[in-house]
Design a protein around this ligand. Structure first.
Ligand code: CA
Length: 134
């Protein structure tokens, strides 16, 4: 029998949690046994979107995902891998204001698109963890 699942399958879970910064979310995902969500394909992006909807999100607010970087160069911090699949909102990443936006969120303008934000931003609705299943 050939399994239809890829070797490394990620399950995504979104946690509603306001008032925390990017690296706090990063630590919480580690504590839960996963990593702040890495998104490496359109399929994974769709499943991250579903996890946020399941937690009551509608993308008018931001949800931290596990990307850090600048301009067009981002890595998935939980995997230490360059981000190749990208799904930014039009005009993003803009690294504004004043070049302090180095952490990624999903959720902008009611769409499940990405935006670069200040890593110290505390008004996100929550964050998404990925759990790698072998
Ligand atoms: Ca931005």
């Amino acid at each position: 029998m050939v399994s239809m699942r890829p070797m490394r399958f990620k399950e995504y879970k979104a946690y509603k949690r306001q008032g925390i910064q990017f690296f706090h979310a990063y630590q919480l995902c580690r504590l839960y046994g996963g990593h702040l969500a890495s998104i490496e394909s359109a399929d994974e992006n769709a499943r991250t979107e579903s996890a946020i909807r399941a937690a009551g999100g509608d993308f008018t607010g931001e949800w931290y995902i596990g990307g850090i970087g600048t301009n067009d160069k981002f890595i998935w911090i939980g995997l230490n891998k360059k981000a190749t699949y990208l799904n930014f909102y039009a005009g993003e990443p803009n690294n504004l204001p004043k070049t302090v936006e180095h952490c990624l969120v999903m959720g902008i303008g009611g769409q499940s698109k990405w935006n670069d934000m200040n890593c110290d931003y505390t008004q996100a609705v929550g964050f998404v963890c990925a759990f790698v299943r072998q």
